[in-house]
Design a protein around this ligand. Structure first.
Ligand code: 0GY
Length: 291
């Protein structure tokens, strides 16, 4: 693996939709820069540099106020790049780490001081070599009660995730709704199973993100909108939104971030829903102390 992949749009459009003041991009990443923060030897992709300067320029271009930076798999369990970006944000970024389950309590506390508020368990075989549920549960049991766990899995393993999720002792955030097949529609088997999971605990949140990944038909992402709008309405206090910039592994599509923002008013059709999705809900999880 030597070629460094560029997966983000070179010139994203300005969204037509105006984000509410204080809007949080609650799912984004940084890559490197490699010279300062080398990628993991176990990385499954080797991206170009997409550091905090580029992330914060995009934040301002789109009209967001804050970022939640999720440690990407290409950096393994070394969270230095994520922590560096948070440190450069003037308090306007917080993060989600990926940790070795043997991490010490002191190291977890240091992550908290660095702005981390949760850890991510990634179950995608194309991104990680293994996902040991027993070790994940053990470390989840040692987290601060004001942290949460972010879980990334695909719809085909939802059933086998249920017991694991039921045993996590802190709130749970599911990335990209567990990647349903949105072409099945809002009442299809994938969305029905995902709703049942949300109904199993009141503290399961989800990111209603990634029309670009979930709807291969592309803009205007009609299947994504039809499937996700009812979810936003029925679980309005538990949904989050993010750009997913710099869009790991999306080099064949280069999603236009402005176009992605313009999907928001189609899935959250009232100002009240938009306020919860973009401000109230992410602030509750990541800045519970307020502004
Ligand atoms: C995402 C999706 C992907 C990648 C990662 O950590 C990662 O590398 O999460 C993916 O390839 O689907 O949410 O960023």
């Amino acid at each position: 693996m030597s070629e460094r992949i560029i997966s983000w749009h070179p010139d994203p459009s300005k969204p037509k939709y105006s984000l509410p003041p204080g809007a949080v991009d609650a799912h984004c990443h940084v890559f490197g820069p490699q010279a300062l923060f080398p990628f993991s030897p176990k990385a499954k992709y080797l991206p170009g540099d997409a550091g905090p300067d580029k992330l914060f320029a995009l934040r301002d271009h789109l009209g967001f106020s804050r970022n939640v930076i999720v440690q990407a798999s290409c950096h393994g369990t070394d969270n230095s790049a994520t922590l560096d970006a948070i440190a450069k944000s003037n308090g306007m970024a917080r993060g989600v780490a990926v940790v070795d389950p043997d991490i010490t309590d002191a190291e977890l506390e240091a992550l908290h001081q660095g702005g981390i508020r949760g850890i991510r368990f990634n179950f995608l075989k194309r991104l990680v070599d293994n996902a040991p549920k027993d070790k994940f549960l053990a470390v989840a049991g040692r987290l601060r009660k004001d942290w949460h766990v972010v879980i990334y899995f695909e719809a085909d393993i939802l059933e086998e995730m249920k017991n694991f999720i039921a045993n996590i002792p802190v709130p749970v955030v599911i990335d990209h709704m567990g990647r349903p097949d949105v072409s099945q529609g809002p009442d299809g088997p994938d969305m029905t199973a995902f709703r049942a999971l949300l109904d199993s605990r009141e503290d399961i949140w989800t990111k209603v993100t990634c029309p670009d990944r979930l709807d291969p038909a592309g803009p205007p992402y009609a299947d994504f909108v039809a499937s996700v709008r009812p979810l936003v309405e029925d679980y309005s206090n538990r949904v989050l939104w993010g750009t997913d910039w710099p869009h790991p592994n999306m080099q064949d599509l280069l999603p236009d971030d402005g176009g992605l923002v313009d999907v928001i008013p189609q899935i959250a059709i009232t100002e009240e829903l938009q306020q919860k999705l973009l401000v109230g809900n992410p602030m509750c999880l990541y800045w519970p102390e307020g502004n």
